[in-house]
Design a protein around this ligand. Structure first.
Ligand SMILES: Cc1cc2nc3c(=O)[nH]c(=O)nc-3n(C[C@H](O)[C@H](O)[C@H](O)COP(=O)(O)OP(=O)(O)OC[C@H]3O[C@@H](n4cnc5c(N)ncnc54)[C@H](O)[C@@H]3O)c2cc1C
Length: 249
């Protein structure tokens, strides 16, 4: 798959949560990608920002006509993205990424460990497994700061009810009194409570570096070998950002 640079027009914007929007794009030509991959985006319609590129993950399916991605408002580019009207033009460069890829050759059952907006590559794989009716059993442990931060909750709850995936939410900061899910950040103990035979699973980890680093260690202690881990730390510039990213789990 060669890397392409194309122009895409925003056709629809959906507000997902207080700080996440999904963008639906009409690409000038298709980009072939594998679930779990990402592209670089820049805002063509903004003279000051058009040469600033940021990574965003495909959440559409490879055969969809439109490309979708979900952007959490963090800093300069994501703030600008959130202000864009329908019709604005973006530049996309991709596909990129090898560490979180998924395809039908993978037969293992899958466990996704995601923090905050790190859910996007997991979402892409989950949608693909379901659309293709593959046999991989799936479990998602999804950590967020508060209920209002949980992206795609409606979709996950529906899939959970339909028995397509088991979804476990965890909240680390603002926890309602009647909360029935997990509490705190994902760790080895929480994993043990929900995952049988962890060594047999294939693990997808996506979130800020402190989270993925800690989970890699926790999984090692449970006996999961490194070959069974697919991980991507969303390494971002600056310690302030690292802290902010960790706080958003
Ligand atoms: C492979 C990959 C895939 C990704 N996929 C997605 C995705 O699907 N969805 C998504 O939402 N995100 C995704 N991300 C993360 C996304 O790329 C970043 O959120 C984005 O790059 C932030 O860009 P920005 O211009 O908005 O923020 P920037 O302006 O680059 O700032 C980022 C952060 O740094 C802080 N900051 C900025 N300037 C300063 C300063 N001077 N001092 C201290 N702090 C400062 C800001 O408050 C902000 O929190 C992905 C990242 C990677 C690596």
């Amino acid at each position: 798959m060669g890397i392409k640079e194309i122009i895409a027009k925003i056709e629809h914007v959906k507000v997902e949560t207080h700080d996440v929007k999904t963008f639906e794009l009409k690409p000038q030509e298709p980009i072939a990608f594998t679930p779990g991959q990402y592209f670089l985006v820049s805002i063509l319609s903004d003279e000051d920002l058009k040469d600033e590129w940021r990574p965003m993950t495909f959440t559409s399916l490879p055969w969809d006509k439109h490309i979708t991605f979900a952007a959490k408002r963090m800093g300069r580019i994501t703030h600008a993205l959130h202000e864009l009207p329908v019709g604005a033009q973006l530049r996309l460069k991709g596909p990129k990424g090898e560490s979180l890829n998924f395809d039908e050759s993978i037969k293992e059952d899958l466990v996704f460990l995601a923090g905050g907006s790190g859910i996007t590559p997991c979402l892409s794989i989950i949608r693909y497994v379901i659309a293709k009716d593959l046999r991989n059993k799936m479990l998602l442990l999804f950590s967020n700061k508060s209920p209002k931060d949980i992206i795609y909750r409606e979709e996950f709850d529906r899939l959970n009810q339909e028995g397509r995936i088991t979804v476990v939410y965890s909240l680390s900061k603002e926890i309602p009194d009647d909360w029935k899910g997990e509490r705190g950040r994902i760790d080895g103990e929480m994993i043990r409570r929900h995952v049988d035979r962890p060594k047999d699973k294939l693990w997808y980890l996506c979130g800020p570096p402190p989270m993925t680093d800690q989970l890699e260690q926790d999984l090692g202690r449970i006996g999961v070998s490194k070959e069974r881990l697919r991980m991507e730390s969303w390494e971002l510039p600056g310690k302030a950002q690292r802290k902010e990213a960790r706080d958003s789990e």
